[in-house]
Ligand binder design. Structure first.
Ligand SMILES: C[S@@+](CC[C@H](N)C(=O)[O-])C[C@H]1O[C@@H](n2cnc3c(N)ncnc32)[C@H](O)[C@@H]1O
Ligand code: SF4
Length: 392
């Protein structure tokens, strides 16, 4: 180890988040490659929550205790779980980890499976942020996407969440939808801005291998229209008071997503539930793990080592690359001190590609920070290619 390198920060210094995967949906959307499964019959809510807590106990056997900064109940469609099950889950997490009372606790909800009563129940259970999967406010687009709700339901769900006391709401939107024009995408964003959520996630629709949309692609906007669409969306969002702080994330001042920011800043996270991923740093390096994907298999093995479907420690080269893969998604880039703290590497480890990226006008740097330039942000894949680790 060179003098400029130091061991990874002590475990209890890095912020810790918890991701919980709730894998069922009413039906599978044709563009979705998340680990989500169409529900046949009743949701096994009680048994699944028991399994999640066993899984968490297993993870905590090998983790030094430190407080949580955030919990993210993602899916799938977590709003299919009734508030009692969510309350028992959050209570169980609070019995095992500190910081829960002050943590950001997000629950992903589908407008087709959440009503006013449920939102009130989630609030009482301790959820303090709702992420609503709206995708579009255009009924024809929603039908083409195979969504189970229409635009009116999405607006009702938003109002219901507000009335239930949620002062921190995110809406997920997608653009680049089949047959969508720039004006249609801007109209979607205008409705969203009108509702005035605290946060908006705006994703470009991608055709993921293994999905029906990938097998039979619908007619999507071409590359130039997508660029125009994104430029117009960003401008409309900025005018509405939403600053872009990550590739797909926009927030009103003070309402960035703590959980996702921790991912992007290469913080640590536990992952419990079917197919959940984790990233944890320690004296031995940075370790990534994932759990078995099948919900049924997960419920059978939760709490035992057999639930681990994969685990590996990142190589030195991967560490630098993975840090940049996350941190360069942030418009503000990263502090050099954070790079050092979270990878255990000296900045010299990335000096050569960093200089090339700066010479090409893709990154800028001062004594303390490294930031993507406007051009670098547009061609992030090209920037990252410079930092790719050599093949093993
Ligand atoms: C895991 S989903 C959970 C939200 C919830 N299940 C729903 O769909 O209402 C999170 C978000 O990812 C986005 N997403 C899913 N598949 C996508 C794709 N193929 N391309 C772009 N965004 C996608 C959607 O905006 C979705 O709301
Ligand atoms: S509701 Fe969300 S998680 Fe479920 S299939 Fe559709 S996009 Fe995927």
């Amino acid at each position: 180890m060179s003098v400029a390198e130091k061991p990874l920060t002590r475990l209890d210094d890095l912020p810790l988040s918890l991701y919980v995967h709730l894998p069922w949906c009413v039906r599978k959307c044709p563009y979705c490659d998340f680990n989500s499964h169409a529900l046949h019959g009743e949701i096994p809510a009680g048994a699944y929550v028991d399994a999640l807590l066993r899984d968490l106990d297993f993870d905590l056997e090998s983790l030094a205790v430190r407080p949580l900064v955030s919990v993210f109940l993602g899916g799938g469609t977590p709003s299919l779980f009734d508030p009692h099950a969510i309350a028992r889950l959050i209570e169980g997490i609070g019995q095992r980890l500190s910081g829960v009372a002050d943590a950001e606790i997000t629950l992903e909800a589908n407008p087709g499976s959440a009503d006013a009563g449920r939102f009130r129940g989630y609030r009482v259970a301790g959820v303090n942020r709702i992420s609503l999967g709206v995708q579009s406010f255009d009924d024809a687009s929603l039908a083409r996407l195979g969504r189970i709700h229409d635009s009116a339901e999405a607006r009702r769900a938003f109002t219901a969440a507000r009335r239930a006391g949620f002062d921190n709401i995110n809406l997920d939107l997608m653009y680049g939808l089949p047959g969508q024009r720039v004006v249609d995408a801007v109209a979607d964003v205008a409705v969203a801005v009108d509702l005035a959520p605290e946060h908006l996630s705006v994703y470009q629709l991608t055709l993921e291998p293994g999905t029906p949309f990938h097998r039979r692609p619908p007619p999507l906007p071409d590359h130039d229209s997508l660029w125009d669409m994104h430029t117009a969306l960003e401008a409309a969002l900025a005018a509405g008071g939403y600053a872009r702080y990550e590739v797909s994330a926009y927030a009103r001042a003070g309402w960035r997503c703590v959980h996702n920011e921790n991912y992007w800043a290469f913080g640590d996270y536990l992952g419990v539930g079917a197919g959940a991923h984790a990233k944890l740093s320690g004296a031995g390096g940075v370790r990534r793990t994932r759990k078995v994907r099948s919900p049924r298999a997960f419920m059978d093995c939760a709490g035992k080592p057999t639930c681990l479907a994969g685990a590996r420690t990142l190589t030195r080269g991967e560490l630098g690359f993975e840090f940049l893969l996350n941190a360069l998604r942030l418009t503000e880039g990263f502090a050099i001190a954070t790079f050092r703290e979270r990878t255990g590497l000296a900045p010299a480890a990335i000096e050569a590609p960093l200089r090339r990226a700066c010479e090409r006008g893709w990154l800028s740097r001062d004594e303390h920070r490294i930031r993507p330039t406007a051009t670098g942000y547009r061609f992030l894949d090209d920037v990252l290619e410079l930092f790719l680790p050599p093949p093993p």
